[in-house]
Design a protein around this ligand. Structure first.
Ligand code: F6P
Ligand code: MG
Length: 451
């Protein structure tokens, strides 16, 4: 079967278009500002900062002038062999049509962009491990105090109830749905979108139970029940979460993790992180350590730092988290495949990763980018079954559950007519391009493939 084409940056009806013209430039501009601030506070890094900001500024003009995209040098590939696939892919795209910033394939170029930035940092003496996006990540999480406390209280109450009385399967099913929803809507707060659509203040309005309830009808594909039934029929030993963003989303994923462990639905949860700063807000292993430190710091969340009950709820959550991390019932892994440009239907070809994931009874993929990589970011008709769009992964033996708020073009698994209806609805809300409902972050999908 021949595959549909991917989203390209010069398609005005693709969210790629505002991405290359507005969102990337604003992400890079903010990063330059944060780096320059870092140099002022750490004068010994000035030279390194100048080296990186010089490259970033050239990159900004390359976007504007629509320059062709260069392959990574031999030296780069030698230092980081995982870049070879980027060069191979670039050649494949270039053979069809010269790849430029404003016209090239969106998903490929967006991954390439974050690898490129990482290569520049790796060439400095003092900023090799520096996460250019950490100030933005921390700033956003600091504003999440109210949402964090609400969920810590929920987890605390539930843990106490579960300790007093074992829940039956029906109750556990309802709780599973509740915590899947918490983890899903955690994905609505994404820093790479803040560059265009949301203000930091908007974050707060995305994080509470009331909002989740109101948003139920916005989940336009919902396979939670099928995933739950499938999981119940498995050995119920291990669940994996391929993480997306750090901060509030990671926190929401850890709520799901604690629920699974406290309800004894699972023996171990393994979370998968990115090895390099990725799509602004994605979780790296150090962000996992950082969230523990942030929850430990009683002054971190301004809104709740004076409130004793809030602090107690956070402490309860943190102690549980530490306990499960120390006894390795929560495992943290990172594989370089997650920052490759390859689609996820290639997972069965990546021997060590595939073997690791085969140990899992359910693999939860979080967020928009994971969805784009699962479906290849291709122009699938919206009624295409999820299991068709994820290609070989659907017959790989890996049970995949995807939780995503829609922030890009591709959506599959919809009933006939729904896309057209939502295009009209989004237009009638005053948006010029109705097709951008798929990128607004206001709708969500939960898709399952039993593998
Ligand atoms: O569309 C906005 C965007 O930056 C996409 O480029 C990307 O797919 C997505 O957001 C990242 O979102 P998430 O953090 O949910 O993967
Ligand atoms: Mg992300």
């Amino acid at each position: 079967m021949s595959l549909p084409s991917p989203s390209y940056n010069d398609d005005r009806k693709s969210f790629a278009y505002p991405t290359v013209h507005k969102r990337w430039p604003s992400i890079i501009t903010l990063a330059i500002e944060d780096l320059e601030k870092h140099a002022k506070e750490n004068p010994d890094t000035e030279g390194c900062v100048e080296f990186v900001t010089g490259h970033l500024k050239t990159l900004l003009s390359n976007f504007k002038e629509d320059k062709p995209v260069d392959a990574f040098t031999d030296e780069d590939v030698q230092a980081k062999p995982e870049l070879k696939i980027y060069n191979d892919e670039l050649k494949r795209f270039n053979d069809a049509k010269l790849v430029t910033w404003q016209t090239g394939p969106w998903l490929y170029l967006e991954c390439y962009l974050y690898q490129l930035i990482s290569v520049w940092f790796s060439k400095t003496k003092k900023l090799q491990k520096y996460d250019i996006f950490e100030p933005a990540k921390t700033g956003a999480f600091k504003l999440s105090g109210t949402g964090v406390v609400e969920l810590c209280q929920r987890v605390k109450l539930l843990s106490q109830q579960l300790a007093e009385k074992e829940a039956d399967e029906q109750a556990l099913g309802l709780l599973f749905t509740e915590f899947i929803d918490i983890s899903l809507w955690g994905n609505a707060t994404d820093l790479s979108l803040l560059a265009g659509n949301f203000s930091l203040e908007d974050i707060k309005s995305l994080q509470g139970a009331e909002v989740r309830k109101k948003n139920e009808e916005k989940i336009i594909v919902n396979d939670t029940e099928a995933a739950w039934k499938h999981y119940l029929s498995s050995k119920r030993e291990r669940i994996d979460i391929v993480l997306d963003n750090s901060g509030f989303e990671l926190f929401a994923d850890l709520c799901l993790t604690l629920f699974l462990l406290e309800a004894k639905l699972v023996k171990k949860v393994v979370v998968h992180c990115k090895q390099i700063p990725w799509f602004v807000s994605d979780t790296m292993p150090k962000d996992f350590d950082l969230i523990l430190a942030q929850l430990e710091d009683t002054t971190f969340f301004d809104e709740v730092k004076e409130d004793k009950a809030s602090q107690e709820a956070i402490k309860f959550f943190l102690d549980k988290l530490k306990q499960y991390t120390q006894n390795q019932q929560i495992g943290v892994q990172s594989h370089q495949f997650w920052t490759s440009c390859a689609n996820y239907w290639d997972i069965p070809k990546i021997k060590d990763l595939y073997e690791e994931l085969q140990k899992s009874n359910l693999i939860i993929f979080k967020g928009d980018l994971n969805y784009r990589k699962l479906t290849g970011d291709l122009h699938w008709d919206t009624t295409t079954p999820f299991t068709t769009a994820i290609q070989d992964l659907a017959s790989s033996g890996l049970p995949v559950l995807l939780l995503r708020t829609c922030k890009a073009d591709v959506v599959v698994g919809l009933p006939a007519g729904l896309n057209e209806k939502l295009i009209e609805e989004y237009k009638s809300q005053g948006n010029e391009i109705g097709e951008f409902w798929t990128a607004s972050g206001k709708w969500a999908v939960i898709s399952f493939s039993r593998g």
